[in-house]
Write a protein that binds this ligand. Sequence first.
Ligand code: MG
Length: 263
Amino acid sequence: MNKITFKTFVLLILILSISACQQPKSNENITSKEEVQPEPTQPDATEVWEPQPTIITPVYDSIVPSDAIVLFDGKNLNQWKSSKDNAKAQWTLNEDGSMTVKPGIGDIQTKEGFGSIQLHIEWKTPEVTVSEGQGRGNSGIFFQDRYELQILDNFRNKTYANGQAGSIYKQSPPLVNASKKNGEWQVYDIIFNAPEFNGSGEKVKSGYITVLHNGVVIQNHTEILGTTEDIGFPKNDAHGKAPIRLQDHGNLISYRNIWLREL
Ligand code: MG
């Protein structure tokens, strides 16, 4: 074998080897798949019995589920404090079992911090309207002290879509406007999944939120892009559990029946 022929021979062997390596091993794959996960032939093969979900008293029998943390039941503001200075929460406690923003006093927040939760909260905007747009019945629920689900009187009150009631403020408009008339009690039922950060402080998983407004889905597993800034883009500084904060935007918004379940 001369030099050129020998080189050609080596090259041919090399090409054949690479080609052999790239061949799909179809039979092998099918066999291993069948071995790992045989198709069940009986109904009980796909039944999961343990662990059983914990039995609780559901919301419709007793207003509040038996495993919920009650944040406000009309009796006091003991679960809340001032966001400004950690002092006692000074919003108005009403005789009908609700509380109302005291304009100028500032936001209030839970004493405890939370991660992923189911939150039930009822709210009411003033019956008498004094302003328009963002100035009419504005408050908000800040999850983990950072991510605002907007509260606004959006009954015949136009504003930017990503700032109306049920929006993730300046990020995601609600799917529909399910607002009741101003002065009527409204309900948010929310599933909030907290974002996750690694040891270096980088976000490795976004937060997500699902919201029902008066029983209607208005946020459907919506990704939370970061903090809900009034000016600027969302920020993603690392954090752990953090309080729920209610906004004093200068309007007389009332709240009642606030409870959550940790997820
Ligand atoms: Mg607001």
